[in-house]
Ligand binder design. Structure first.
Ligand code: ADP
Ligand code: ADP
Length: 232
């Protein structure tokens, strides 16, 4: 099944001579329960594509739909609600609250939304992400990889249709990177989570079911079940 798709997606910034075509007609289908990596050189449009897919940015033309919802038809309020209810975000900076425990950080978004967590899901995430003995620790007491796993648990708790990860290993050494990518992989395999990850880290490709290569705002190819050698 298809979790998200774009059709003839175009995004330009600025106007006239200064206009930049960040995306130049992207047709993409993101499969459910798969880990898709968006890769390509700096400036090729990776962040813009992810922001358009996640409803953080509005396309200049073309269509985006996620979980069967066409984002172009949504007003600002509805777009905010869409992000809250249908997608999750993982960032390079983990954005955890340093004074709260790992457990409190994971639960915070649902608490703020006044929603009761699915405790079975919570237990599954703690298990899959190897956080059982870390829940009472505060972020400063955790390694970078552990903090990112907490951020992943937080993003996944509400069972979003798609989780978007923006350079999730950007701040990590290679060992912690491998650990975080391995846990993202497990969340796909064991929980059926759909994950879209933007990365420029070649080794990340080996964890993906599919790599989408961007160049100058266009799809330059896709690799299925790639190895790291395919993208260096
Ligand atoms: P990547 O994530 O692959 O590095 P981006 O999506 O960030 O690429 O950027 C694609 C192109 O769009 C680049 O040329 C970038 O300079 C330009 N761009 C991105 N965001 C903006 C913006 N807010 N204003 C103007 N130009 C932008
Ligand atoms: P950029 O900084 O790449 O130009 P934007 O200006 O569009 O991107 O957005 C600022 C950043 O704030 C985004 O990259 C994203 O990391 C974060 N952000 C925006 N909206 C949300 C949201 N609803 N939930 C979580 N993070 C968000």
């Amino acid at each position: 099944a298809i979790a998200a798709r774009t059709r003839a997606l175009v995004k330009t910034y600025g106007r006239g001579d200064a206009q930049v075509r960040a995306l130049d007609g992207v047709d993409l289908e993101i499969e459910q329960a798969r880990l898709t990596a968006i890769m390509g050189p700096s400036g090729s449009g990776k962040s813009t594509l992810m922001h358009c897919l996640a409803g953080l940015d509005t396309p200049t033309s073309g269509e985006v739909s996620v979980a069967g919802i066409s984002l172009g038809s949504l007003e600002d309020n509805a777009l905010t609600r869409f992000r809250r209810e249908h997608v999750g975000f993982v960032f390079q900076a983990y954005n955890l609250i340093p004074t709260l425990t790992a457990r409190q950080n994971v639960l915070l978004p649902l608490e703020l939304a006044n929603r009761e967590p699915d405790w079975r899901r919570f237990d599954q995430l703690v298990e899959v992400l190897g956080l059982a003995d870390r829940l009472t620790h505060r972020p400063p007491e955790l390694s970078g990889g552990q903090q990112q796993r907490v951020a992943i648990a937080r993003a996944l708790l509400s069972s979003p249709d798609v989780v978007f990860a923006d350079e999730p290993t950007g701040n990590l050494d290679s060992r912690s990177s491998a650990e975080v990518l391995g846990f993202l992989r497990r969340s796909v395999d064991e929980l059926g989570q759909t994950v879209v990850m933007v990365t420029h880290e070649p080794t990340a490709a080996a964890y993906a079911d599919r790599v989408v290569l961007l160049r100058d705002g266009r799809l330059a190819g896709t690799l299925v079940r790639p190895s790291a050698d395919d993208v260096v």
